[in-house]
Ligand binder design. Structure first.
Ligand code: ZN
Length: 300
């Protein structure tokens, strides 16, 4: 081998090594990114996947069975969706801030609704309205709170009492007594007030779309049972954690004995067709005329 050949070999080795290193870096980068996104998906505080706000593809509006088809009418019943009601202490806690409404704005919203003669109803009142068995109030509205955070007891509940507005709270039964969540004692007191309907949000905040059937049924049945023991009344309503559901999930919820299930798909008209994916709305920070105009303008 002469010197020129040696040089050519050395060059090839260097170029080969560089390509090899580059490939390794790509592989490492791929796994890091993949891991971080799957971590986010399972993280309790990374809330909604974009798809949660869209209708699942396998849901087709099915006409109700003849014996159930007491009404095909649609009723405008806006269902507002809340999580935290507090002044978030940690300014860096962006997830909590995104799920939060400050107490002042929340009170202004209730005041606005009350003064505009909106009547708050429980979610459990909706099936009879949708089926034409009970007439809806003139301006119905439902207030719903997901997850059962402790600030519901310390902040939201006193404001609801002040304005005598009904609300439905979707509880993660297995998280009761955990820090940040309601205690069983607080929930018992809330349930006894008659102002708040206790509803289920599974035992462990499980996304139903990808869970196995037995797990789903267990979550649905056990949360219902334990909440009924605390609330001292039948629990008939459910909300999908992360807004995650599909056609199979709607059937399992129905089979577990629930009368309704709330989604986070946006809309305000409820009917017998969507009792197992009730539409909900996020009011944001709207108060006064802006809130009323927004509610008036809803055409879907
Ligand atoms: Zn939730």
């Amino acid at each position: 081998m002469n010197k020129i050949q040696n040089k050519v070999y050395a060059k090839r080795i260097i170029i080969g090594s560089l390509i090899f290193l580059l490939l390794i870096s790509f592989v490492v980068l791929f796994f890091v990114l993949k891991h971080s996104s799957s971590f986010n998906k399972t993280n309790e505080f990374t809330y909604y996947d974009k798809s949660a706000f869209e209708m699942p593809k396998d849901i087709t509006p099915k006409p109700p069975k003849p014996q159930e088809a007491t009404s095909t009418a649609k009723f405008k019943i806006p269902i507002l969706l809340y999580h935290y009601v507090e002044n978030v202490a940690d300014p860096n806690d962006t997830t909590r801030k995104k799920l939060d409404i400050n107490p002042y704005t929340f009170e202004e919203q209730l005041k606005t609704l009350k003064e505009a003669s909106y009547s708050s109803i429980f979610i459990r009142e909706i099936p009879a309205i949708a089926k034409g068995k009970n007439p809806p109030p003139v301006k119905p509205i439902a207030l719903t709170f997901d997850d059962g955070y402790r600030d519901f007891y310390t902040v939201a509940y006193p404001i609801l009492q002040k304005y005598q507005m009904k609300a439905t709270i979707y509880i993660i039964s297995g998280f009761l007594d955990w820090p940040n969540y309601l205690t069983k004692k607080q929930l018992t007191e809330i349930a006894a007030s008659g102002l708040v309907e206790i509803a289920s949000h599974t035992v462990h905040h499980v996304a139903l779309k990808n869970a196995n059937e037995q797990v789903i049924t267990k979550e649905l049945v056990e949360s219902k049972k334990s909440l009924e023991q605390i609330a001292g009344e039948t629990v008939t309503d459910f909300a999908y954690p992360y807004g995650s559901f599909n056609d199979k999930a709607t059937t399992l919820v129905k089979d577990a004995g629930y009368q309704t299930a709330a989604s986070v798909v946006s809309g305000s008209f409820q009917s017998t067709n969507n009792l197992y994916f009730l539409y909900r709305l996020r009011p944001g920070g709207k108060v006064g005329k802006a809130l009323l105009d927004w509610l008036e303008r809803l055409k879907k």
